[in-house]
Ligand binder design. Sequence first.
Ligand code: NAI
Length: 306
Amino acid sequence: PRVTIVGAGRVGSTLAQRIAEKNLADVVLLDIIAGMPQGLALDLMEARGIEIHNRQIIGTNNYADTSGSQIVVITAGLPRKPGMSRDDLLKTNAKIVVEAAKSAIAHSPNAIFIVVTNPLDVMTYLAWQATGLPRDRIMGMAGVLDSARFETFIALELGVLPADVKAMVLGSHGDLMVPLSRYATVNGIPITELLDAATIERLVKRTRNGGAEIVELMQTGGAFFAPASATSVMVESILLNQSRLLPVAAYLQGEYGLEDVVIGVPCRLGCGGIESVLELTLTDEEREGLHTSAQSVRRNIERSQE
Ligand code: NAI
């Protein structure tokens, strides 16, 4: 199989490394900067003997080289600077993502698309619109990352293995995300048995601010290691038809009382893309959180088209 990554920046190039070194697929890295994706591809190819895999990594500035991809991941666009919200990237990234989605689908009409560019939910919606794809074949990555951050903070607080913590974060990728604390567990034990309410609230707050915390520390750009890992899990579930139940930004058609909007919900990911959307029973507060999230995504979809 072949995966195209549009945008060979920090998230894109790290994702290329993950996909090749996990031996999941050959990778085409595309960027507008001449020579840059070609250089990265050569560098990754030179590591193959050491990492022991035989995947091809191609760097290019030309969409013709991406043809026949099973998956297209869009990471092209600007990242945040300190003090910026994801929504500040709206208009610039909208143009880039729409153009990338249209060019990529022209060469890979059967591909499944994963959008990573921020503001995530809006960009996924615009890419859905631009490609005209059925909703099972286009989605955004955010929930897997937000959940991993929540799990990390729970694990740090309790001093347990991060892999033993399971949590899910729904909603939009931003301050309005909806972490489902009552469903979070350490090997099946609810965290509400292990932590008091004030501590859980503190961890939820840190999760909401998880991206900004890293932007503030780094000053140049944002997180990319965990975002690349999170995206590679979605790629893997699709390529290997694992049917994993993951939080995915999906185009909703009435689920959770929401329609014609993209928002993070639990989905099964397999070889056809989104196999199904799971409709959880939510508390009033969680449901309200999801709807508030959706309203803000809708507002930004409108703003991006003004
Ligand atoms: P970066 O600046 O390192 O890379 C972006 C790349 O896109 C650059 O190499 C740039 O040349 C390229 N690019 C710009 N316009 C292009 C076009 N028209 N066609 C092809 N390539 C183009 O940024 P980074 O850190 O890799 O982040 C990429 C995006 O992903 C940002 O919007 C960031 O906010 C977002 N992001 C989203 C996450 C999520 O959870 N959904 C997590 C982390 C980042």
